[in-house]
Ligand binder design. Structure first.
Ligand code: HEC
Length: 256
């Protein structure tokens, strides 16, 4: 009985994940390089509304280029959680006149030069070895090399306002492969060993497991009444990402 319920739940979550992809606005990523000739024709075009079962989903997955780093889904969360916190570069504090909470605000600083990672102050400040100049400043941890890699790739690909949320895998959901990267991208800037929003550290399994078990993880990302909406000051996670969290919790929030 229990097992049956769980599979029904997983199935339902999958369906929600898939259909939410279909109903999300179609955001066509701006590709630096145009794909060559379509060959047999119109398969990228009509499927966007997702009236078939396989096609809608596949079409969406294909709009995400695995070599492209997307601003809205990957880069903005890094800025919001590592730079645009209260007291730093949020709209109220705007330290040094910099507000780093949206594409328009980040680009209007003039400190990001599309296609040229070496000539903008923002990236330089994240990579400098001088702790006095480094952003985010100590005691906040420096950006990790994989985060820096994402930011530099995004800049060198033209620092575009592109987006691609769909194609998230709700079948194989693991702590290390699904939850950790999501925490790193959207949450750890405010929930680490030195900055602990709500006294919560989400950089290790024990911390994430605690909020998974007490319901606060799902309640906050789902924007349920009675919980602080997370990620704070950012758009709600995509439905398929919330489904991934729900599935992981439903599976017993394993450390896998
Ligand atoms: C910009 C900073 C920031 C980001 C990014 C952020 N949080 Fe939070 N979080 C906070 C603060 C501050 C609190 C304390 C409550 C409050 O002020 O809303 C908090 C509280 C929480 C709580 C407790 C909520 C409650 O109602 O008890 C959970 C769970 C949580 N965050 C999870 C997350 C997750 C998961 C993410 C990423 C998807 C995330 N947070 C991203 C700052 C942040």
């Amino acid at each position: 009985m229990k097992i049956k319920n769980i599979s029904a739940f997983v199935f339902l979550s999958l369906m929600i994940g898939i259909s939410s992809c279909k109903h999300e606005p179609v955001i066509v990523p701006v590709q630096p390089v145009q794909p060559e000739n379509n060959g047999t024709g119109n398969n990228g075009n009509g499927n966007g509304n997702g009236n078939g079962n396989g096609n809608g989903g596949t079409g969406y997955v294909n709009t995400c280029d695995s070599d492209t780093v997307y601003f809205q889904s990957t880069i903005l969360p890094l800025f919001v959680s590592n730079c645009a916190m209260t007291g730093c570069h949020d709209a109220t504090s705007h330290v040094s006149g910099l507000v780093l909470n949206s594409y328009a605000n980040i680009m209007s600083t003039g400190h990001i030069q599309p296609f040229n990672v070496n000539s903008g102050n923002i990236y330089q400040s994240m990579t400098t070895s001088d702790p006095g100049d480094r952003m985010p400043p100590p005691p906040s941890p420096a950006m990790t090399s994989s985060q820096l890699n994402l930011i530099s790739t995004w800049i060198n690909q033209g620092a575009q306002d592109n987006s691609c949320f769909c194609g998230c895998d709700t079948v194989t959901v693991t702590y290390s492969g699904t939850i950790v990267p999501m925490m790193q991208n959207y949450c750890n800037g405010c929930h680490n060993s030195t900055t602990q929003g709500g006294l919560i550290n989400l950089t290790n399994y024990a911390g994430v497991q605690a909020v998974a078990l007490n319901g606060r993880l799902l309640g906050s990302v789902n924007h349920d009444a009675g919980y602080s909406a997370m990620p704070k000051s950012m758009a709600k996670l995509a439905d398929c990402q919330i489904s991934q969290i729900r599935i992981w919790i439903q599976n017993g929030s394993p450390n896998n």
